[in-house]
Design a protein around this ligand. Structure first.
Ligand code: NAP
Length: 248
């Protein structure tokens, strides 16, 4: 039997990058996959096709994770299509980097809304279902930047640090109902989010990492498999750094 067989996962921001990597690895391990995207319809439909080849149930949804009402509707729709939700992965995220001196109010608010409020929206929306089932695994995508800060990313770091506090609180609130809440803090993962950096910056990142390479979406996905599966049934309230040793 595959590790995630019979479980249904919902992944926000599944159309690209880390979210797509998680969707692929989850399908490979037998999970049914519902995933969202913000605007990439074509890549979402393409991924749906690819995931179906694993013989699992799959559906993509266009849904803005920053919207409370859209998140509520999304969970209602997923429940109609899939019957249950065992795993929630709050992965959707954006950056709007700038030094504080040049950061506008809008850039701060937008990053907090998409990265942090979305975690509240989705967790709140899925809570009732998981309480009824008396089980659930929630995995929230933070970042090494949320753990240690980064110049030029105060909005992003605040959103990612906020996720850690939120996630620990939910672990305390829902632990007695067998609902677990953990965080993954990826280091430097090579996706579109990081492709805008110049080659020199990327090389200096790579050489500063103890494992001497950037991570791949699959590296993050494998950690998610562990936290989503029953192998981690006694683990909650934790932050797992998946960063090639960056924060060591
Ligand atoms: P990415 O390649 O830019 O992909 C972002 C995904 O989020 C896309 O699927 C995008 O959908 C979706 N999205 C954006 N805004 C959304 C919204 N309002 N509602 C729903 N979906 C939305 O990013 P990534 O590198 O895979 O990063 C994924 C997560 O890991 C983020 O939370 C990021 O902060 C975190 N992370 C990444 C790194 C890294 O090095 N890459 C490191 C640490 C943490 P569309 O395709 O429709 O735009």
């Amino acid at each position: 039997m595959k590790l995630l067989e019979g479980k249904t996962a919902i992944i926000t921001g599944g159309s690209r990058g880390i979210g797509k990597g998680i969707a692929l690895v989850f399908a490979e391990y037998g999970a049914n996959v519902a995933f969202t995207y913000s605007s990439s319809v074509d890549s979402a439909l393409e991924l749906e096709k690819e995931l179906k080849t694993f013989g699992v149930k799959v559906k993509s949804y266009k849904s803005n994770a920053a919207s409370y009402s859209e998140s509520q509707k999304l969970i209602d729709d997923v429940l109609i299509d899939f019957d249950s939700i065992d795993i929630l992965i709050n992965n959707a995220g954006i950056t709007k980097d700038n030094l504080l001196m040049r950061m506008g109010e809008e850039d701060f608010d937008k990053v907090i809304e998409v990265n942090l409020k979305s975690v509240f929206n989705m967790t709140k929306a899925v809570q009732r279902t998981m309480l009824k089932q008396r089980k659930g695994s929630i995995i929230n995508m933070s970042s090494v930047v949320g753990v240690k800060g980064n110049a030029g990313q105060s909005n992003y770091a605040a959103s990612k640090a906020g996720i850690i506090g939120f996630s620990k609180s939910i672990a305390l609130e829902l632990g007695s109902r067998n609902i677990r809440s953990n965080v993954i803090a990826p280091g430097f993962i090579e996706t579109e989010m990081t492709s805008s950096l110049n080659e020199e910056t990327v090389d200096s990142w790579r050489s500063s990492i103890p494992l001497k390479r950037g991570g791949s979406p699959k590296d993050i996905a494998n950690a998610c498999v562990f936290l989503a599966s029953d192998l981690s049934s006694y683990i909650t309230g934790q932050t797992l750094n998946v960063d090639g040793g960056m924060l060591t």
